[in-house]
Structures are given as C-alpha cells and as structure tokens.
Design a protein around this ligand. Structure first.
Ligand code: 2BA
Length: 111
C-alpha cells in the first residue's frame, strides 16, 4: 500500500486534542515546534505517515479539532525586520484551522 506523508501546520492550542485523537486511532505522529514566517509566532507542525486509505480519516480528524482564530499583528515592529513589510497600524489576520500538505512517500523503512 502506498504511503503518504501528511504535513500539518496548526495552532498550538489545537495540538493536544488532535494528538489525543490520532493516538486513540493508533496513528503515528511526530510533533515539531515551529513558527510562522508572517506572524513569527509559535505554531506546531505535525508529520503523520499513513497508508493512502487513512488520509481522509486523518484530514477529518484535523478538521474536527482545528479552529480558525483572529490574531493581531504587532503594530510597532516591522514584520520580518525589513521596511518592505512594515505594518504602520494593527492588522487582524485569520489564522488556521490548519494548513495541510499531503505528499507521496517514495520509500518508508524503519530499521
Ligand atoms: P504565519 O506565516 O505566521 O501566517 C499567519 C497568518 O497570517 C496566515 O494564516 C494568514 O492569514 C496571514 N498571512 C500569512 N502571510 C501573509 C502575508 N504575506 N500577507 C498577509 N497575510 C498573511 P494561515 O494562512 O492560516 O497560516 C497559518 C500558518 O501556516 C502560517 O503562519 C505558516 O506557518 C503556515 N503556512 C500557511 N501557508 C503555508 C504555505 N503555503 N507554506 C508553508 N507554510 C504555510
């Protein structure tokens, strides 16, 4: 059966319940601490290796456990430290639920 790697970027707050749900279904997952390139705020990246027939189930779990939230971009400091992206006033952005990439796995081995 072909393996897929699901890469999910989600908000920290949504991570514990999603991990619980994945563990309950015995789906293996690796959690990485990450941060968004725009807000420079912490978020979570999950690596989930599954067989092709599990992909939709995992995406359903992600949809059920990740909600979108409003977040303010800091108005006083340049975003990214360059004047190109300087924001002179508070900007509210909608972050998440989750950003999901599903990629083919050429080879999967555990040694
Ligand atoms: P951040 O890069 O910190 O982006 C946070 C939110 O800010 C985004 O939410 C979006 O609403 C907004 N945003 C991002 N870049 C922007 C820009 N250049 N101009 C205006 N608004 C912008 P989401 O789209 O839900 O993304 C949440 C997080 O998911 C992102 O955090 C980033 O860590 C990741 N992400 C989203 N799309 C990605 C992609 N195509 N490739 C890699 N990572 C991605």
């Amino acid at each position: 059966m072909k393996m897929k790697l699901i890469i999910v970027i989600l908000q920290d707050k949504d991570t514990p319940p999603l991990l619980d749900a994945l563990n309950e279904k015995e789906i293996r997952v690796t959690k990485l601490a990450s941060s968004g390139g725009f807000l420079r705020a912490g978020n979570t990246t999950l690596l989930i290796g599954v067989t092709q027939d599990q992909v939709n189930d995992v995406i359903d779990l992600i949809k059920n456990h990740c909600s979108s939230r409003q977040q303010m971009v800091n108005p006083v400091s340049p975003v990214g430290g360059t004047t190109d992206t300087y924001l002179p006033f508070p900007v509210e952005v909608t972050v998440g639920g989750a950003t999901i990439f599903v990629v083919d796995v050429d080879n999967f081995e555990q040694v």
